[in-house]
Design a protein around this ligand. Structure first.
Ligand code: GLU
Length: 619
């Protein structure tokens, strides 16, 4: 079985001979977009070629069913069309920023999933050549680039290839043009699959989009590009060699229920496994916004994080990184408690960092308002562009993890840790607290972290195989750590509580003997997390203490370091990083997987934990 791949936003393209599909083009596009909606719902747009060969674009901010009439899907007929459902990364959700985007002449339409990192330089270059832009998106450079190369005498396909060769970043792109019957496509990192039919072909972000019409699929690989027509597919590898579509084509057998989740059992599983992509996407998007926030923080006397739930755990790691690496005194506060702590001692020399994946968490929003009233500067970290907390803050940084549907945060937590690690390293560099090599080490760690996240998924399988039984049987457990490892322990325990309903208690490892150790009896599961050799050395004695009282001890630690503590009953190694903050990312992934599998084994639905809502908007 080919597994669904995912990042953010959904794209669809269909080329069809008249009558080959049971519905009209507009209805086909509607159905496909509906199935892609879980990938983004900021706006919807389509483009098609009408009977006279003209390009028509219709788009609107809003969810698909809200704009169904406005776009008028059911009136649309034609033989080639594109659709897009957006999850905004550059430019707020609006009609202008909705895809497809067109060139100046309105004859080329492009849909895109991903981030064009070098869009501002390309845009400046194109504007100097006289191109007029209508949106704030990174995507709009693509149709203008194609237009520019056509102006210079290239054929549409050569112009498309030339344009793609100038793009840096992540992308799945599809383009159509007036008078044409081809859909041009290209892929780098963002997912893209071709659906092969009789008298029609699809190109889409994932298989469920077109599964009603065909189950013969070709996965497009990174660096590949080409085009589809209703009767043919051309696929070229990165080196220009033509790829045999017949050889690569596979038949997928998916049940209709599995389709929504791209073949995964739950959204939580899907979101855990797509962390490598979510991290790559987030890291590619961190730039100017982090630099501006870092300048503010570098001058700050103190930094106070306000956050709730998993965002609070990411804040523990972020605050520790700022304190230790950048030497800016920083503390994390639970946002619902912030009102008791924030007071007249705050001033405009202090920075409050408000962390909220949805950007709407009410307690965090209230803390932001209190901090602003007291004169502090506020920096938001959110996953949702233009949400309330970034809007009300002085500056905003975004993670670009894509929509998270499972109630338990997974990919939004690790991407927050990535963003905060980069922020801390940038502040350290600006303040002259980190040497060039220390800063470079964090940057290099972040570059490697999508790969180490993939490898950590393997470590997660090993943790599940060793520890699942004991967690499934237990009513309680301890998660212990020190320093950065404590942030990971807290996050791991929270996952276990929220989806598997095991009373997992996270505690500072050193504090555990001041009371909680009284609970330990033979067979009691105790999981230890360590992010560095310093943490590991100190945690080692706690492993002994717990072991001697009969606990089942499990240690999750970086490779090479972990081998120093062989006394634990189970040692799970994860890829090693130099920065203990970035180390938290591969360390937490096995813990997420253990919580997920424990929930499934106990017969619970991890996507819908009892009593919980994804975004808490009541105090
Ligand atoms: N970066 C593009 C935008 O913000 C595409 C986002 C996406 O993949 O949804 O419009």
């Amino acid at each position: 079985m080919v597994r669904g791949l995912s990042a953010v936003c959904g794209i669809i393209g269909v080329a069809v001979e008249r009558g080959a599909l049971p519905e009209k083009l507009g209805d086909v596009l509607y159905g496909c977009l509906k199935r892609l909606e879980y990938r983004g719902y900021d706006s919807v747009g389509i483009a098609f070629i009408d009977d006279l060969g003209r390009l028509v674009v219709r788009k609107s901010v809003g969810k698909i069913d809200e704009v169904r009439e406005k776009i008028g899907f059911s009136e649309i007929d034609g033989v080639v069309g594109l659709g897009h459902t957006r999850w905004a990364t550059h430019g707020r959700p609006s009609d202008e920023n909705a895809h497809p985007h067109t060139d100046c002449s309105g004859t080329i339409a492009v849909v895109h999933n991903g981030i064009i990192e070098n869009f501002s330089e390309l845009r400046k270059w194109l504007e100097n050549l006289g191109h007029r832009f209508r949106s704030e998106t990174d995507t709009e450079v693509i149709p203008h680039l194609i237009e520019e190369f056509i102006r210079r005498g290239m054929s549409i396909y050569s112009a498309f290839k030339r344009a793609v060769s100038l793009l840096r970043g992540t992308y799945a792109i599809a383009a159509i043009y007036a008078g044409g019957r081809r859909i041009l496509f290209a892929r780098n990192t963002s997912p893209l699959v071709i659906g092969l039919g009789k008298g029609y072909n699809f190109i889409a972000s994932d298989i469920p989009a077109f599964l009603r019409y065909t189950n013969r699929v070709v996965v497009v690989h990174d660096g590949e590009l080409g085009y589809v027509t209703s009767s043919s597919v051309r696929l070229e590898a990165a080196d220009g060699k033509v790829v045999s579509v017949e050889t690569r084509a596979r038949v997928v057998e998916w049940s209709p229920e599995a389709v929504e989740k791209g073949g995964y059992r739950h959204f939580m599983e899907k979101e855990i496994l797509e962390q490598p992509q979510a991290l790559a996407q987030t890291i590619a998007g961190l730039g100017e916004e982090v630099r501006r926030a870092a300048e503010l923080i570098a001058r700050a006397e103190r930094v106070i994080f306000v956050a709730a739930g998993s965002s609070y755990h990411a804040s523990i790691i972020g605050a520790l990184a700022l304190t230790r690496l950048a030497k800016v005194p920083s503390v994390p506060l639970v946002s619902s408690e912030a009102r008791w702590w924030l007071g007249r001692w705050l001033s405009d020399r202090d920075v409050v960092i408000a962390v909220s994946q949805s950007g709407e968490t009410i307690d965090t929003l209230i803390a932001v308002r209190i901090a602003k009233d007291l004169g502090a500067k506020v920096v938001a970290l959110s996953n949702v562009l233009g949400s309330a907390i970034p809007r009300e803050s002085h500056l905003a940084i975004y993670t670009r993890a894509g929509p998270e549907i499972g109630v338990a945060a997974t990919k939004t937590f690790t991407t927050q840790v990535a963003a905060l690690s980069y922020l801390a390293a940038t502040v350290a560099k600006l303040r002259g607290e980190a040497s060039r090599s220390e800063y470079e080490a964090v940057v290099e760690d972040l570059r490697r972290c999508p790969i180490s996240a993939s490898l950590a998924i393997e470590s997660g399988r090993s943790l599940v195989s060793k520890a699942l039984d004991v967690f499934v049987r237990s009513r309680s457990a301890f998660y212990l750590g020190r320093g950065f490892g404590l942030g990971v322990a807290k996050e791991g325990a929270l996952k276990m509580k929220e989806v598997a309903y095991v009373h997992a208690e996270a505690y500072p490892a050193g504090e555990s003997k001041h009371g909680p150790i009284a609970l330990v009896e033979p067979g009691f599961p105790t999981l230890f997390c360590a992010c560095s050799s310093e943490e590991l050395e100190m945690v080692a004695s706690n492993v002994e203490e717990m072991k001697s009282r009969g606990a089942v001890t499990i240690l999750v630690a970086p490779r090479k370091l972990a081998e120093r503590v062989r006394s634990a009953d189970h040692v799970i190694e994860v890829p090693k990083h130099l920065s203990p903050a970035v180390q938290a990312i591969p360390l937490v992934i096995p813990l997420q997987m253990l919580a997920y599998e424990t929930a499934v084994a106990r017969g619970y639905d991890p996507d819908k934990p009892r009593n919980l809502a994804k975004t808490v908007t009541v105090i």
